[in-house]
Design a protein. Structure first.
Length: 703
């Protein structure tokens, strides 16, 4: 008897359970945020946001007498509860988690609503905000601002319950002489006023999705519900890059999952010095300009961020232990959309090829944590006070999506699994979910089929959730059609490298890669990079045939330079140095400087020093580290380049810049986060941190 899947809307989620979140000081089982309003003013010169946040908190248990919020490097000026001033206590700082802000609220009962107003400002140590000087932008006319709150950095932007356990709606009023955007819709109900911007987010979001971007920005329409912001010099190119796909991708997503809930899907391409790839902020996805290839070959990346509109933004992990539910589901959906976009004939091969590409990232991630195997788990095991960024890698993305693909095959294929996927996002719509709740709903969906239920019970759940090691619990097989073409061509070039053949004998031509997508070229070059090192003479022949050094696709160019700089530098070292001068994305600039440093260290050093003001401080610190081979635990090398070590201040070491445009006073100092009994001065061009603690911040191990 054939099993018919139930209606996706007919299987409810289990009763909500709120697991404790070790990454927040708040008691998320005792109270939850309902709404917050931000009233901000931006001081661009001081690089500070100040103003007031108004929280509406709902009490979940009887007998609550205090509400504890998360705060990190904030200056708290005043706190009011229901309109009356109270003495809030900012507790001792706990390395990654920041400080608890304890607010007395009297005796409260379940169901009570509490209004908490906090007047405060950010500080130069804010880990959520990136401030770019005008030199770091494409237009070079105005400074630029963006926020990055994931995972637990929203607490340095606003005192809040900084946990994905609960969702919160928000409104905001922002005063700024430079235009700003937020992860929300423009509030057109408010009167227009120069230098004042109003926003509203009517759908509850986890705190890490609160975001702000400011700078010289121009809007370009992509479709009826889609648009994109960019700096004016890039706006036309950005519009062309995405206008053929944005609305089309959204329509495919709605077909695969469910109707889009967020009204608009807008993105913003940040300046070239933006050090990250992207972030799925609701209504305002941030994107790296390296996606603008000029040939639309990288627009598939937009699929991932779009899928977060369901996986992560609407249905969110309940805490960072269950982060795989965000990213694993997102990648699974992304690859389903890739299949849908390419059609029934070619789509399955493209979907499989994405898993093949991802397998390398998964292998690298598992290898990365071979000495910390608890982070090789799908559900990582954190120690108290540990930063969730410590476990960040491709693992939740790739291990999670492979797990879902394995379950798809277990239940009988996509015809049986896709209805469940739709049901999952319907049942947990605008909710936070734990792995246990997800698993319970999965079994509920298939309870009408004894055969499928029996197969699900045979799954080694513990191995998938808690397994460690360098392999998945099962060996995953994929359609290798697209990959085999890349591997076959790489094997022919490897024969040339080994001296067993010649370019002439092999008959290489541009037609070898005609019709390939960018990912096939990437896999081809990665295969060459992992094989025998290619002499410069062969590299030149490779380039003469395919023209890789002139590629506008940043992913292709990166992989080519990795191959070209394996043995010696020469002309390709110069080309790589010229390219990296205008690329701030850490994925690219770290790799290029690492490669340059091996073959032409003086060129690497000069390129970095000549262009240091272009790079974001986070990227600059990473470049410094990879160029000099500084281990993460070592003391930063910025001392030799920018500062001097001297003895003062009660015989404790004081680290001070050897030259600085700003005066340094003893009041500017703070305890070093790296070494005990050490005082550090803030480094003026590195707002998130101080000189000594700089690499700690930049390695995503935030003080």
């Amino acid at each position: 008897m054939t099993w018919t899947p139930p209606n996706p809307t007919s299987v409810p989620a289990p009763a909500a359970r709120v697991p404790q979140d070790i990454h927040t000081f708040a008691d998320v089982a005792a109270y939850k945020p309902v709404h917050l309003h931000l009233d901000w003013a931006i001081d661009w010169e001081a690089r500070i946001i100040s103003g007031k946040v108004s929280h509406e908190i709902e009490v979940l248990k009887d007998g609550i007498s205090k509400v504890t919020l998360d705060a990190s490097f904030l200056r708290i000026d005043q706190t009011e509860v229901d309109g009356a001033k109270v003495d809030a206590k900012l507790g001792q700082r706990s390395h990654a988690l920041g400080s608890p802000l304890e607010i007395p609220v009297g005796s409260r009962s379940k169901g009570d609503r509490i209004k908490i107003d906090i007047t405060y400002s950010t500080t130069e140590q804010c880990t959520a905000l990136g401030w770019l000087a005008k030199e770091q932008t494409a237009g070079k006319t105005n400074p630029f601002l963006y926020s990055q709150c994931q995972a637990i950095h929203c607490r340095s932007l606003v005192p809040c319950i900084d946990s994905p356990s609960h969702k919160v709606t928000y409104t905001s009023t922002v005063k700024s002489p430079i235009p700003v955007l937020m992860s929300a819709l423009k509030d057109d109900s408010k009167p227009a006023e120069a230098g004042t911007y109003h926003f509203r987010q009517p759908i509850g979001i986890p705190s890490y999705l609160i975001a702000i971007v400011g700078g010289d920005l121009e809007f370009k329409k992509l479709g009826e519900r889609t648009g994109i912001w960019a700096e004016p010099p890039m706006a036309d190119a950005v519009q062309w890059e995405f206008e053929a796909d944005a609305e089309r991708f959204l329509e495919h997503a709605e077909k695969v999952v469910s109707p889009y809930s967020w009204t608009r899907y807008d993105s913003v391409v940040l300046p070239p010095s933006f050090p990250y790839g992207g972030m799925e902020n609701a209504n305002l996805t941030t994107l790296t300009p390296t996606l603008v290839a000029g040939d639309r070959s990288l627009t598939d990346v937009l699929l991932h961020e779009l899928c977060h509109s369901w996986a992560g933004n609407l249905t969110s992990c309940s805490n960072w232990t269950h982060f795989w539910l965000n990213e694993g589901w997102c990648v699974y959906l992304e690859r389903l959309l890739l299949q849908s976009v390419h059609g029934p004939k070619e789509g399955p091969a493209h979907r499989a090829f994405s898993y093949i590409i991802g397998s390398k990232a998964l292998k690298d991630a598992l290898e990365q944590f071979k000495d910390t195997p608890r982070f090789q788990r799908l559900i990582p095991l954190y120690k108290d006070g540990e930063d969730p960024d410590d476990a960040f890698s491709s693992l939740p993305y790739e291990k999670g999506s492979n797990f879902l693909l394995y379950l798809e095959r277990t239940v009988g294929g996509l015809d049986n699994f896709l209805p469940y996927a739709k049901s999952y996002f319907h049942a947990f719509y605008n909710r936070s979910v734990s792995t246990e709740e997800w698993q319970e709903h999965l079994f509920d969906f298939y309870k009408g089929s004894d055969d499928i239920t029996a197969k699900l019970k045979q799954v080694d759940w513990d191995a998938w959730f808690h397994g460690e090691g360098l392999e998945l619990p099962v060996k995953m097989e994929y359609d290798t059609t697209l990959a085999e073409q890349a591997f076959s061509l790489a094997a022919r070039w490897e024969r040339v490298v080994a001296g067993k053949s010649t370019v002439k004998d092999e008959g290489f031509s541009p037609d070898d890669i005609k019709g390939w997508n960018a990912n096939q070229v990437v896999v081809f070059l990665e295969k060459l990079h992992t094989g025998p090192k290619m002499p410069l003479a062969v590299t030149k022949q490779l380039d003469q045939v395919y023209g890789f050094s002139a590629a506008t696709n940043s992913e292709v160019l990166l992989r080519f330079f990795e191959v070209a700089l394996e043995v010696e530098g020469g002309e390709y070292a110069q080309k790589a140095a010229q390219w990296v001068k205008g690329v701030g994305r850490m994925k690219f600039c770290r790799t290029i400087f690492r490669a340059l440093n091996k073959v032409e260290p003086e060129l690497a050093k000069k390129t970095f020093l000549d262009n240091r003001s272009f790079y974001h401080p986070i990227a600059a610190a990473q470049i410094e580290k990879v160029s000099r081979g500084v281990p993460q635990s070592a003391r930063p090398h910025f001392l030799g380049q920018f500062g001097t070590l001297n003895q003062s201040h009660a015989d404790r070491p004081v680290i001070a810049p050897s030259s600085s445009p700003l005066p340094f006073r003893i009041l500017d100092s703070r305890p070093c986060m790296l070494r005990p009994n050490t005082i550090c001065f803030p480094f003026p061009s590195a707002s998130p941190s101080c000189l000594s603690c700089f690499l700690v911040c930049c390695c995503r191990v935030r003080p």
